[in-house]
Design a protein around this ligand. Structure first.
Ligand SMILES: *Cc1c(COP(=O)(O)O)cnc(C)c1O
Ligand SMILES: [Zn+2]
Length: 463
């Protein structure tokens, strides 16, 4: 497989590494790595419709997989060796109700529901690719730092494939119960580090380096290859039409980076004729990307980003001991490891960055739930962000918009129940400290005595 290799993302460096080299940064300059392909030596599909015959071959696990049926567009390992547990059976659904909420013309909004993956978040797309690479290099232990979903995904792939054993690093008190319960249930060794995600992320890299453990955080460029396929499925769901906007929550910025790479490659291969625009949405309590791009003018700048701007921001955060804080735990990250790749994606896709408050996210989440799909708080950042961009006139009411719902509704029941509870004390306890003061879309349970007349009366009163 010499037609696939790894390459430093810094165009001035451009160092290349073999595909079976295990590293998460360029040895020469320290920048992130891409998985790159010599497309002229590979069988590239002539048209995206070439993928459609695979639908008829669903008894073949690699055709069934929503990742590996697109193997031709991420051919870093021979297909028979690629690891699948049935990831990527996800939905692209139109939603008139959510469209109305954010101000879009009915029919113009689609929600890409990645909560349908085996572990309940989009992370499985990347994990199947990382496991395929891990198998290629013969790794037998894997680790990640996680706000919850990467660890749930890693733990599941370990228990389902028995290819590796998992070590999981989580911050203390910063993980939603649905996600923690998955890691424990799937049998992963779970280390709860004193500190937050950013602390755990720094430590896991040290440990992996020292102990030779395979790192599956999104620093791992193979993760992002798998996550490109989310965009291939979006195009598939739209009959191969390119939408005007892709709106995605931003945490460690792996997804946004992967989306940019997916569209860039499709465009370069002549498989699409225009690029969509990308909107990356931060939580206001973890808004590094927003601050750097929209407030301080940091740009990819053709491969020469002024990283001095980022260093000053990080120094400022450290000086004030500022920590990420948001109800959307999946994006509660102040030091996004894929920052530079995301800057590149923003340049490729003429992108924008916005921040949304926890209140906006939970209201948007309730709207997603009330209109046929559910999601976890971080996922609703995409819907809340789209609403902001419509209010600002950046997104037009007739634009075709795809919001990515990154994780399943049941990942974080604590936030959902607190929002909907009519119990002010409970609401305040869980959400008040987050600056959430109202629940305009609350649907609280109504207490009724165990008495037939009173039950019927309650139904009549409330319907
Ligand atoms: C991981 C995650 C994110 C953040 O994605 P990045 O690629 O780290 O930016 C958002 N939402 C959910 C549900 C996640 O699990
Ligand atoms: Zn380099």
């Amino acid at each position: 497989m010499t037609s696939a290799f790894q390459q430093c993302i810094d165009p001035q460096c451009g160092a290349t590494y073999a595909i079976d080299d295990v590293r998460v940064a360029c040895q020469r300059c320290g920048n992130l790595l891409d998985v790159a392909y010599a497309w002229d030596k590979l069988p590239v599909p002539r048209s995206l419709t070439d993928f459609e015959p695979k639908w008829a071959r669903r008894n073949d696990p690699h055709c069934f997989s929503g990742v590996w049926r697109f193997h031709d567009l991420l051919p870093f390992a021979p297909l028979p060796q690629c690891v699948t547990i049935g990831e990527g059976q996800t939905l692209l659904l139109g939603s008139e109700g959510v469209a109305r909420y954010i101000g879009l013309t009915p029919g113009r909004l689609h929600l890409q529901y990645e909560g349908m993956n085996p572990s309940g978040s989009f992370k499985d797309n990347g994990m199947s690719a990382a496991f395929s690479h891990a198998r290629l290099v013969g790794a037998n232990r894997a680790a990640c730092a996680s706000t919850g979903n990467t660890s749930a995904s890693l733990a599941l792939y370990c228990s389902a494939t028995r290819l590796m054993r998992a070590v999981i690093f989580i911050g203390s008190g910063k993980i939603a119960y649905g996600k923690l319960s998955q890691a424990l249930d799937y049998g992963a060794l779970t280390l709860q580090i004193t500190g937050d995600f950013d602390d755990a992320m720094a430590r896991v890299q040290e440990v992996c380096r020292q102990e030779g453990i395979y790192l599956v955080n999104s620093l791992n460029p193979f993760r992002l290859e798998g996550q490109k396929t989310i965009m291939f499925r979006v195009l598939e769901g739209l009959g191969w039409q390119v939408p005007d906007w892709i709106v995605v929550p931003g945490g460690n910025l792996g997804n946004s980076s992967a989306f940019g790479k997916a569209f860039h490659e499709l465009y370069e291969l002549g498989l699409i004729d225009r690029m969509p625009r990308l909107a990356v949405i931060n939580a206001a309590g973890a808004n590094t990307l927003y601050q750097l791009v929209e407030k301080r003018g940091l740009r990819w700048n053709g491969g020469r980003p002024q990283m001095e701007i980022a260093r000053r921001w990080y120094d400022e955060m450290d000086a004030h001991n500022r920590r990420a804080s948001t109800i959307a735990s999946a994006i509660e990250i102040n030091r996004p490891v894929n920052l530079t790749k995301c800057l590149r994606a923003l340049e490729w896709c003429n992108g924008v960055v916005r921040e949304v408050t926890d209140q906006e996210m939970l209201d948007a989440k309730a709207q997603v739930g009330a209109n046929g799909l559910g999601c976890e708080p971080a996922s609703a950042a995409s819907v809340a962000g789209a609403k902001r961009l419509l209010d600002e006139g950046v997104i037009g009411p007739d634009d075709r918009v795809v919001c990515i719902l990154t994780g399943h509704q049941l990942k974080d029941p604590t936030a959902t129940v607190a929002y909907h509870s009519g119990d002010q004390a409970k609401f305040n306890e869980v959400l008040g400290s987050r600056g959430i003061h109202t629940a305009p879309f609350a649907n609280h349970a109504i207490p009724v005595p165990n008495d037939l007349d009173q039950i019927i009366n309650a139904i009549k009163t409330h319907h």
